[in-house]
Design a protein around this ligand. Structure first.
Ligand code: PEP
Ligand code: MN
Length: 338
């Protein structure tokens, strides 16, 4: 930690600051510049709250040097994590596509969409059976019936399944049907859920919280990692900003930022990030160009009848066109789409 002292700091105050730091267990190194004094507090304390120092008289600024997360960091693991699920690698050179409806709605619906997803060359079928809806009166998902249908449809078309888990009580049930647990944006800081998922050995896709910083997001990943499950991917799905033209604001630069800070695979979800069908294709292209390891998009053959997120669902022909275009983009950066 680096502590910059105020310009007119008194010797007594400096002594007091150093004493505080030593009491916290840091070794202190003092460096006197032309205008200001800087203290280096040496010692790795991931849980140390820098505000403890910021409030001491005479302190101007405090900067943390080590990250508060460990297992998720690039400094802990240099090589990219590659998660292999039934022979499908996520985090390797191939960019994986996850596609399907927002919600599983019926057997006919999920089978139709599974066929479209398989035909496109994508390997992962998405669909929610337990839905985190803003309104309690909105469709809440088909529950276990939906899990059975997505599993059956995925098996029929040789796809793997990703579906959302919303609470601890659903972990075992969903684990019987899914290949990847999705933790939704609204649950990114449900620490009790993260800890329990950390004790499973099923891969997890952790979506970014609606207003979460990248550091908070990585701390959430740390909850899962530190409980034993190392198979985590991070999904950027847009954040809440002052802009209202799109449902959320797609934080494209989160992709390279995460890849520098962490070894975990990065997924981009342009469907929830924009909330509008016609914005999904350009943002999918951008996400692949920016280096995403996988994409998640919502597709529906009758979006006007969809029980959730119809306005952002791609029509099947738009999805096929998206696949065609991102294949070209991937090639330019030496990757392939699967
Ligand atoms: C979803 O994937 O359908 C979903 C609800 O996503 P998010 O948690 O990103 O809103
Ligand atoms: Mn959705």
């Amino acid at each position: 930690m680096v502590i910059v002292l105020e310009k007119n700091v008194a010797d007594k105050q400096i002594e007091n600051i150093i004493k505080h730091l030593e009491d916290f267990g840091f070794a202190v190194h003092k460096s006197t510049g032309v205008e200001q004094i800087v203290l280096g507090a040496i010692g790795v304390k991931p849980d140390f709250d820098t505000r403890n120092v910021k409030i001491i008289d005479g302190v101007a600024e405090v900067y943390r040097i080590t990250e508060p997360y460990k297992l998720a960091s690039r400094s802990f693991q240099k090589e990219n994590t590659v998660i292999t699920i039934k022979g499908i690698p996520i985090g390797g050179n191939e960019v994986m596509m996850m596609a399907g409806p927002c919600s599983i709605e019926s057997e006919e619906q999920i089978f139709t969409l599974a066929e479209i997803v398989a035909k496109s060359g994508a390997k992962i079928l998405r669909g929610g059976a337990f839905k985190p809806r803003t309104s309690p009166y909105a469709f809440q998902g088909m529950g276990e019936e939906g899990l059975k249908l997505i599993r059956k449809a995925a098996d029929a078309y040789n796809l793997i399944v990703i579906t959302e888990v919303m609470e601890n009580a659903q972990i075992d049930l969903i684990g019987k049907y899914t290949d990847i647990y999705q933790v939704g944006a609204r649950n990114m800081q449900n620490f009790s859920l993260l800890k329990e998922l950390g004790k499973t050995n099923i891969p997890i896709m952790l979506k970014r919280g609606l207003s979460a910083t990248i550091e908070e997001w990585l701390m959430s990943a740390e909850y899962i990692l530190s409980n034993g499950n190392r198979q985590i991917m991070l999904c950027e799905r847009g954040i809440r900003t002052f802009e209202t033209a799109t449902r959320n604001t797609f934080d494209l630069s989160a992709i390279p930022v995460l890849q520098k800070k962490s070894h975990l695979p990065v997924v981009a979800d342009p469907s929830h990030a924009t909330g509008l069908r016609d914005k999904v294709l350009p943002m999918a292209r951008a996400a692949v160009a920016a280096g995403a390891d996988a994409l998640m998009v919502e597709v529906h053959h009758q979006p006007e009848k969809a029980l959730s997120d119809g306005p952002q669902a791609l029509l099947p022909e738009q999805f096929m066109e998206l696949m065609r275009q991102i294949r070209l983009i991937a090639e330019v950066i030496g990757r392939k789409i699967a």
